[in-house]
Design a protein around this ligand. Structure first.
Ligand code: SAM
Length: 367
């Protein structure tokens, strides 16, 4: 499910106290980066440090979101003037478990972390003095544990619109996609437009499609490109096919349920992209869903059977990609059999036969 830091409740801002620009640059930077990554809305730092501010802003510029940073903020004014509750993290406080449920009930939270010694008045002004164990460690670890618990571990589901760099999860090596298109809200959208690859990636990222799903859709896209390159048929509109492959799972920004095809089509309609892309998303599940099955599955009762060659290809290539790896269609068929959907597997096999006949290719040659 798509989630922005703004969707997390209660919203958190962080106040970093005792920052010494000459000594704490690295730790304060880490406090700020951790705050952003774990869903806080912004950070205030007590001592002026323009270099540090600039460093954080450039991370926000690269990796997206609206995280704010200010330095040279008077901590007394920040704490006394805050319209919400103050949570001070300190080894001398009460264990987080005692208070976390109560803290979650609040409307807005300012979390205070120190550098060395935090002055006594902060303990008095704080609504909660909270410890993460009674052992000394660090403002970075205590803030990480606090935000992780406050938001029930949702940090991994956060999306950061406008990101120019998006990291895709990999077991080994690094995989980063670069996007130069402006944020989706500023993107110039023509009526019925067919996005470029860069724009399609922008759509995926800004709608909040999880990175592992983006990795999957890139795998379907790459497969489609190979088919286009090797296929003699002029039947295929390759630009449409490639964008359809990239955008077919856009509905997974909202749900991973069977309705993600319909949700994807709705999202694409809202953005105003070419209707043919909407239909690719809507009809890509299995080898399509018949009206009767749709009724049983609780979907709006209509046929979701792929019709155009691009719709058929995206559905089929999707069936041949498990996560991001190409597999023979038999994997999909066996999986369907195991859950009692023999007819779904049979329909997928028929679709493969039809496509191989029409396009004069053998899909297993691409494994
Ligand atoms: N040890 C002192 C304390 O916790 O008040 C201060 C020094 S510590 C190097 C810097 C900051 O790390 C503290 O101001 C506090 O925010 C955080 N911190 C360190 N240990 C903590 C703990 N066990 N629980 C909560 N916060 C802690």
């Amino acid at each position: 499910m798509r989630m922005l830091p703004e969707d997390l409740h209660p919203p958190v801002w962080v106040l970093r106290m005792g920052h010494r620009p000459e000594r704490d640059k690295r730790v304060t930077t880490h406090v700020a980066l951790l705050s952003r990554a774990f869903g806080a809305r912004g950070i205030d730092i007590d001592r002026r440090d323009e270099k540090l501010e600039g460093g954080i802003r450039s991370v926000v510029e690269r990796f997206g979101g609206d995280f704010t940073v200010r330095s040279g903020v008077n901590p007394r004014k920040a704490i006394k003037g805050f319209d919400g509750k103050i949570v001070h993290l300190t080894m001398y406080g009460e264990p987080l478990k005692w208070r976390i449920d109560e803290i979650r009930e609040n409307e807005r939270i300012l979390v205070v972390v120190g550098a060395e010694k935090v002055p006594g008045w902060v303990y008095k002004e704080a609504d909660y003095n909270i410890s993460i164990t009674q052992q000394p460690h660090s403002e970075v670890s205590s803030l990480g544990v606090f935000l992780h618990h406050l938001y029930d571990g949702k940090e991994d589901e956060l999306s950061f619109p406008g990101a120019k760099e998006v990291i895709l999860p990999e077991g080994s090596g690094k995989r980063v996609i670069q996007i130069s298109s402006p944020p989706l809200k500023n993107l110039e959208k023509r009526r019925g437009w067919l996005p470029t690859m860069d724009e399609a990636l922008r759509i995926l990222v800004d709608l909040g499609v999880p990175p592992q799903v983006i990795r999957h859709t890139i795998a379907v896209h790459d497969f489609a490109r190979e088919i286009c390159d090797r296929c003699e048929s002029s039947e295929i509109n390759c630009d449409l096919l490639l964008m359809g492959a990239l955008l077919h799972d856009v509905g997974r920004a909202k749900t991973h349920g069977i309705e993600h095809g319909i949700k994807g089509a709705e999202l694409l309609k809202k953005i105003g992209v070419d209707e043919r892309l909407q239909r690719i998303a809507e009809r890509h599940l299995g080898a399509g869903i018949k009206k009767e099955e749709a009724k049983r599955l609780g979907l709006p009762p209509q046929d979701y059977i792929p019709e155009s060659i691009e719709e058929k290809l995206v559905a089929h290539l999707d069936n041949m990609i498990d996560d991001f790896r190409r597999v023979p269609l038999s994997h999909f068929v066996n999986r369907m059999e195991k859950i009692g959907l023999i007819d779904v597997g049979e329909r997928a096999l028929k679709l493969q036969e039809e496509l191989e006949r029409r396009l004069k290719v053998k899909f297993d040659d691409f494994l």
